[in-house]
Design a protein around this ligand. Structure first.
Ligand SMILES: Cc1cc2nc3c(=O)[nH]c(=O)nc-3n(C[C@H](O)[C@H](O)[C@H](O)COP(=O)(O)OP(=O)(O)OC[C@H]3O[C@@H](n4cnc5c(N)ncnc54)[C@H](O)[C@@H]3O)c2cc1C
Length: 283
């Protein structure tokens, strides 16, 4: 478990050490990438560059302004962080309850004396996240005395199954959530954001060295993630449409869960997970 404040501040420090200039409190107003360069209009000035990497998250202004954000599917999430009082009681508690809510899951994570509690669902229509969030808490006796002061709602974009990736402009590339690179089964995106950021950086270096064209970025991202995401979509459809059936199978075959942990740790792939699942269920 990692606190995002600490982790994100660490990344900013690393970027600065590597030579990045951090500019804060400045709003993006517009982008022009129609020529062989990029012009960014902000609330405080105008910036010109050869390439732009849009890594501005789920509600990416860069993606919207370049017309690249149209096809995304959205996870709707709601979460709250609460102080528990006796942190030790919860330090070992990590709960991920797939199927706890329609087309999604709920979680309870310990973080430095706090609990992060949330739900995420890929079902967008007629879905009331607050209702399911409160029900998820109510069903857990160990959460009965907690007081939620403020909850936060977010959206997590993911690319629909078998859809061409819309992540490059003429001189702009999208990375992370801005590119819809989250896992369709659980909405996990930190790994994909960091990895796609690396690939975007490498692509721009190669572009400057004239070793590449911008389409290579889309090819590399497709190769790296998309076949995996297509397996993850299949798993999401199967599991979220029949959560009780799958929970029965999983309870009888705990090896499936252990194998899935390896996928989450990046030691195994979704395609090998699908094969494993088929072998176990087919027995
Ligand atoms: C409740 C919740 C729980 C999650 N839990 C997990 C988890 O356990 N594991 C996991 O892997 N993933 C998790 N995710 C997903 C994960 O947070 C994202 O996939 C990941 O943060 C994406 O990284 P990113 O850099 O693309 O975007 P972000 O982390 O959102 O960073 C985007 C940055 O751009 C900045 N920005 C946005 N707009 C502008 C603008 N106009 N001008 C300047 N700056 C701008 C933002 O301030 C932000 O700093 C969770 C998401 C949510 C909502």
């Amino acid at each position: 478990m990692v606190s995002r404040e600490v982790f994100d501040a660490y990344l900013v420090k690393k970027a600065e050490e590597a030579g990045a200039k951090i500019i804060e409190d400045e709003r993006l107003l517009d982008i022009d990438d129609s020529q062989n360069s990029v012009i960014v209009f902000s609330s405080k000035g105008i910036y010109k560059g050869r390439y732009l990497i849009g890594a501005d998250g789920a509600n990416s202004s860069v993606a919207k302004r370049l017309g690249l954000a149209k096809e995304r599917r959205l996870f709707i999430t709601i979460n709250a962080e609460i102080k528990t009082g006796s942190a030790e009681d919860f330090a070992d508690l990590v709960e991920i309850d797939i199927g706890a809510i329609p087309y999604g899951y709920g979680w309870v994570f310990p973080k430095n004396g706090s609990l992060d509690i949330g739900i995420a669902s890929i079902k967008n229509k007629s879905f009331n996240p607050k209702k399911y969030f409160l029900e998820f808490i109510k069903k857990r006796p160990f959460l009965k005395d907690i007081k939620i002061e403020k909850e936060y709602a977010f959206r997590l974009p993911t690319n629909p199954e078998n859809t061409p990736l819309n992540i490059i402009g003429k001189s702009a590339l999208l990375a992370g959530d801005a590119a819809g690179l989250t896992d369709p089964l659980v909405g996990e995106g930190i790994y994909y954001a960091i990895k796609s950021g690396h690939i975007a950086g490498e692509t721009v270096i190669n572009l400057f060295n004239k070793d590449s064209d911008i389409f290579n970025y889309r090819e590399r991202i497709s190769k790296e993630f998309i076949s995996e995401f297509n397996y993850s979509w299949k798993a999401a459809k199967l599991i979220y449409s029949m959560p009780y059936f799958w929970s029965g199978i999983i309870k009888r075959n705990i090896k499936i869960v252990e194998f899935y942990y390896k996928v989450l740790r990046g030691e195994e792939t979704y395609s090998s997970f699908a094969k494993k699942l088929k072998a176990i269920v087919g027995k």
